[in-house]
Design a protein around this ligand. Structure first.
Ligand code: ATR
Length: 264
């Protein structure tokens, strides 16, 4: 599609910027859905973030921008409003410029994960969930699983302080949800999610003990490459239903473009 005077401008802010895949992904999505927008990469050092954001506020044809490393925490203070779950997570990954120039921030990683599962026929509501990891991605997914209605959440992380801290922040927003961070096996859970980085690199150890997996369980990944991580290979061989990493991205492309004001 041609860029014209009507085209809505979107951006991604990052440092470094060369590795980002969001421009290709969002522009592909916009083209496929015939939405009149274009997303460009903007390389912003941390010390220039405030200056750049002040300039972006003044751009009347800007729909919004995606935020990634290292700005996901700092951007929250530069927004006029931030969704409560993003505040609790401590990170914002998508900002909308409203018509009056104010900025609204949200975090769509976790919702993208849940929507990606729903798109493949898995609804977390009523499930007992086991989440491996307590880093950035796991934080977003924990809040989204709680919001989606899991009945129990265990957060298993190598560094216990991080899972305990995540559980404490979750308890403030979802006081009724039983959350555990004690080391345990995956036995008895309906949904098992790997939100650690284990599986990205060849030779990584498995993120959890797969010996207790049973065919009734769903095992989900957020890693997209390789598509079949060693965890998914093991889960499949045990007869579990598996859920790949890619749908999280696909769902998030739709969520991000809609949040920034471009709707199908
Ligand atoms: P992301 O933003 O992708 O979530 P992150 O915030 O660095 O990345 O989180 C990485 C997650 O993978 C963490 O839960 C991390 O565990 P720690 O909190 O103990 O660091 C987990 N992880 C990474 N390498 C690991 C390893 N070798 N063994 C166990 N967990 C690991």
């Amino acid at each position: 599609m041609e860029i014209t005077g009507h085209t809505r401008l979107l951006a991604i802010l990052a440092d470094p910027i060369h590795h980002v895949k969001t421009p290709q992904a969002i522009n592909g999505y916009l083209r496929a859905h015939r939405l009149d927008g274009v997303l460009v990469p903007i390389h912003v050092a941390p010390e220039a973030l405030e200056t750049v954001v002040t300039g972006l506020r003044a751009m009347k044809n800007l729909g919004g921008f995606v935020i990634t490393v290292p700005h996901k925490t700092a951007i929250a203070a530069l927004c006029d409003t931030v969704e409560p779950h993003a505040t609790a997570i401590g990170a914002v990954n998508c900002v909308r410029r409203n018509a009056d120039g104010t900025l609204s921030g949200t975090m769509l990683d976790g919702l993208g994960f849940v929507e990606g599962m729903k798109a493949h026929g898995i609804n977390p509501r009523g499930l007992r969930a086991y989440l491996a990891g307590a880093g950035g991605a796991a934080n977003a997914i924990a809040f989204a699983l709680a919001e989606a209605g899991v009945t129990h959440l265990t957060i298993a992380n190598r560094t216990r302080e991080k899972s305990d801290d995540l559980a404490a922040r979750l308890a403030k927003v979802h006081p009724g949800l039983p959350v555990s961070t004690a080391p345990t096996s995956v036995a008895g859970y309906d949904l098992i999610v790997n939100a650690t980085s284990l599986g990205l690199r060849e030779g990584d150890p498995l993120p959890l003990d797969v010996s207790a997996l049973e065919p009734s369980q769903i095992v989900a990944e957020i890693i997209m490459s390789p598509e079949m991580t060693p965890l998914l290979v093991a889960a499949k061989s045990k007869g579990c239903r598996i859920h790949l990493g890619r749908p999280m991205l696909d769902a998030q492309l739709a969520l991000m473009t809609a949040y920034m004001g471009l709707r199908t």
